[in-house]
Design a protein around this ligand. Structure first.
Ligand code: ZN
Length: 486
């Protein structure tokens, strides 16, 4: 981590590319204020924001299969929601146009709240892979709750002269970053200055994308313009945003709330009461959530007294602690589906370990129970992933009943496919982020129950034989065999 201070009082920090491969700091890192890092944006915990719902746009064809674009929707912020939706659609469209013919192209967009109050900032961080390595780009949109206007980052500034002045200050700040930084690229344009926010002191943090100002090896380049220099250049919205960031920075972080004692499950039977060597067991698994459809799904499962296994994405789990607690309290099992849903098989061991451990920490802090199961995003399992899973005491879970619910958005078709292919001991892969999937569940539960199936969590399929860390389990009982695989 290199740091330098220029004569203009602007501080620049460049993180090595390898140091910021995943979206954000761990909760522990967030709690530790590092005075020497002025480009650390003051983020807000979205779980503390009322009326916020995470949304995910994902692809539905072979080219866009590894696209996952997340963004928040906020109550009473329709213009911002529309801007974020339009941005997600544009990204998906552009990806579809440019990713054809590329081997396993991937796009992963995650978000954080840069400020909440009179001004709300949503910072999107996009990671994109064209087959070799990753490029990262940040974009921050702003919403002024007074004027009800949504805007790009340049809306924080008081018009074109202010943008020119910020560009000049940023260039000065880049002065001692060496000859590799191309100052000519620091043009005072809306695109170049598309990601600006504030740190806890109110300094204006200007971020640039990987490879935007020079070779990709430079990694993240960001410049903090001191608060007093920035202030005269800010628009009214910019000043409100600066104030919101300062206020957020002053708030003392509260210790995470202890997981509440589970409310009695209304109908779900409890784990450990079913012997799958006797009963005709099937394990429904839901991945990618929790999301906006998860509550409805939990209602359905509770009404039917069915248990399932939820493979939660860590970043979603951090934003929906209430849904995670409901899963646990209502008899379901929560597993790990990585922190940001990247293809783990393409990441080095250190990144895999970080992604899994962060998710373990979020889930454990929320429900008081450490997940022991992991499902790889896109079902993509590498030797490194197996090794890391073993080291972290995690068992890999695949599936032997593919519903293709990510591709076929037709509830009746999904239900028919599950019911026709169901077999004793099957592990069924579903997505609780898909409304068509969640709509299909009542029909699936009713028809399978009519055929004598009992709905259990994945470990129950293996009974007393248990599951081993680092091993991949794809089916409780293979078709044609009567005994569970051990
Ligand atoms: Zn997934």
């Amino acid at each position: 981590m290199a740091k330098s201070r220029s004569l203009g009082g602007i501080v620049l920090l460049a993180l090595a590319a390898s140091g910021c491969g995943l979206a954000s700091a761990t909760p522990q890192q967030q709690d530790t204020r590092v005075p020497a890092d002025p480009t650390r944006i003051e983020f807000v915990d979205p779980a503390a924001v009322a009326g916020l719902a995470p949304r995910t746009v994902s692809g539905d064809d072979p080219v866009t299969r590894r696209v996952r674009i997340s963004y928040p929707e906020l109550d009473d912020a329709a213009p911002l929601n529309e801007k974020l939706r339009a941005d997600a659609r544009r990204r998906l469209r552009e990806f579809r146009e440019t990713a054809r013919g590329v081997s396993r192209p991937e796009l992963n967009v995650d978000w954080r709240l840069a400020a909440v109050g009179d001004a709300i900032g949503v910072r999107l961080r996009a990671g994109r892979s064209h087959g070799t390595g990753w490029d990262h780009a940040t974009t921050t949109f702003w919403y002024d709750t007074n004027t009800r206007r949504a805007m790009d980052s340049t809306g924080l500034l008081n018009g074109s002269p202010a943008l020119h002045e910020v560009a000049r200050l940023v260039k000065a700040g880049l002065g001692d970053r060496g000859p590799e930084v191309d100052h000519g690229q620091v043009t005072p344009s809306r695109d170049r200055f598309d990601s600006m926010a504030f740190n806890a002191e109110g300094d204006l943090v200007v971020e640039f994308d990987d490879c935007e100002l020079g070779p990709c090896s430079l990694g993240r380049l960001a410049v903090a313009v001191p608060a007093d220099q920035a202030w005269p250049l800010l628009s009214d919205t910019g000043r409100r945003a600066q104030r919101a960031a300062r206020l957020a920075g002053q708030q003392v972080a509260e210790p995470p709330a202890a997981a509440p004692s589970p409310t009695p499950a209304a109908a779900s039977n409890r784990a450990g009461t079913v012997d799958c060597t006797e009963a005709k067991c099937i394990a429904l698994t839901f991945e990618d959530g929790p999301g906006p459809e998860t509550g409805r799904l939990l209602d359905t499962l509770r009404e039917a007294g069915a248990r399932a296994t939820f493979f939660a994405v860590g970043s979603n789990a951090a934003r929906e602690p209430g849904l995670l607690r409901r899963m646990s309290a209502e008899g379901h099992l929560v597993g790990n589906h990585s922190y940001a849903h990247r293809d783990l098989a393409r990441l080095p061991s250190s990144k895999i370990a970080d992604s899994l451990a962060r998710t373990e920490d979020v889930v454990t802090a929320t429900i008081g129970r450490r997940p022991t199961l992991v499902r790889a995003p896109y079902g993509s399992v590498s030797t490194e992933l197996r090794d890391v899973a073993r080291e972290q005491g995690l068992t890999l879970v695949g599936a032997d009943l593919e519903t293709f619910d990510w591709r076929d958005r037709d509830s009746a078709e999904i239900a028919d496919r599950v019911v026709e292919r169901a077999h004793r001991g099957a592990i069924v892969r579903l997505h609780d982020t898909r409304d068509t999937t969640v709509t299909a569940i009542p029909d699936i539960l009713e028809r399978l129950a009519g055929k004598g199936y009992t709905f259990v969590t994945v470990p129950e399929l293996y009974g007393t034989a248990g599951m081993q860390a680092g091993r991949l389990y794809e089916s409780g009982i293979s078709p044609g065999r009567k005994q569970p695989l051990t």
